[in-house]
Design a protein around this ligand. Structure first.
Ligand SMILES: [Ca+2]
Length: 301
């Protein structure tokens, strides 16, 4: 089924914001884009309730009223050990403490069920998934009325041109398998492309100069926390999924089937065997200059 691009878009965002800075960049861009309606936000992986609190705080800074749900902290079946009490590097006391009430949400299906409900009421809505695929996989398992059948999903995950393990897939390999074998109309943004988005120090400086409202200031605070904690350059992996969604008709996509391959020597890693097929469309390439312009334009609104 072809993806019908509309200028006005309705999106459900599923995110593991709080660790790498790219999710926070995507959320800020979505909140300030008047052509995009966010139907809901679900958080995933490790401390999903605290991630939901962070997302709620960012939504409140944008003076928006968008439902935020804490989804699954623990993968359906992952490879990497997960600590649901882990505090992410962008955490600050403005987000609030994790409390007993939110702990209950760790095992709740509410996020996935709310995603199904939102898509049921909005036939043209798209899912944008920029974390491990646990909530999406869970939604497919819970979707008794086939609401998700043939619906469109853009996700950052997998590596389609190299035999490299990729974090989002590796963190919940079972969820990735459920999503890949589902009827969802999938647009995949692979690590082999997102790695090319790494910003130069000049580009980082420019990013930090954008905007002077409360939301932009908070974004800068979280960037500083991320940099201080990791020392990593900003690589907006997840932003390429948003770019892919907005530029879907201008970009080249390749249709493929994939198999998950585990190595005996390194069972913790899993790579993809890619062949011609119809399971998904993966991004073949993009113009980095155009992407960086899009990133800066989106974040200066
Ligand atoms: Ca992410």
């Amino acid at each position: 089924m072809a993806f019908n691009y509309n200028i006005y878009m309705k999106i459900w965002l599923d995110t593991d914001l709080g660790d790498d800075i790219d999710d926070t960049l995507v959320l800020k861009a979505l909140l300030t884009n008047k052509d995009i309606e966010i139907l809901g936000i679900s958080t995933v992986f490790k401390n999903a309730p605290l991630r939901a609190k962070m997302a709620k705080y960012i939504v409140s800074l944008a003076k928006r009223n968008i439902p935020v749900y804490a989804g699954k902290s623990i993968p359906i079946k992952g490879i990497t050990p997960v600590n649901p009490d882990e505090i992410f590097c962008q955490y600050g006391k403005e987000i609030g403490e994790r409390d007993k009430e939110t702990l209950k949400e760790t095992s709740s299906d509410l996020a996935s069920l709310s995603m199904i409900d939102a898509l049921k009421d909005n036939k043209d809505a798209i899912i944008l998934a920029i974390g491990p695929l646990t909530n999406i996989g869970k939604a497919i398992l819970l979707d008794k009325e086939n609401v998700l059948k043939n619906r469109t999903l853009f996700y950052m995950g997998g590596d389609y041109k190299r035999k490299h393990p990729e974090w989002n897939f590796e963190c919940d390999i079972e969820a990735a398998k459920i999503v890949i074998s589902s009827s969802l109309n999938k647009y995949a943004i692979g690590l082999e492309e997102t790695e090319k988005t790494k910003l130069t120090s000049e580009e980082e400086k420019y990013l930090l100069s954008l905007g002077n409202d409360a939301l932009s200031d908070y974004l800068k605070t979280t960037i500083h926390r991320f940099k201080k904690s990791t020392g990593w350059p900003i690589t907006p992996h997840d932003f390429l999924a948003l770019y892919g969604l907005e530029k879907v008709n201008e970009l080249k996509w390749i249709k493929a089937d994939i198999n998950f391959v585990f190595q005996d020597t390194k069972p913790q890693h899993c790579f993809l065997e890619v062949k011609e097929g119809n399971q998904l469309n993966y991004l073949n390439s993009f113009d980095r200059t155009d992407f960086v312009k899009y990133l800066f334009d989106s974040l200066s609104k």
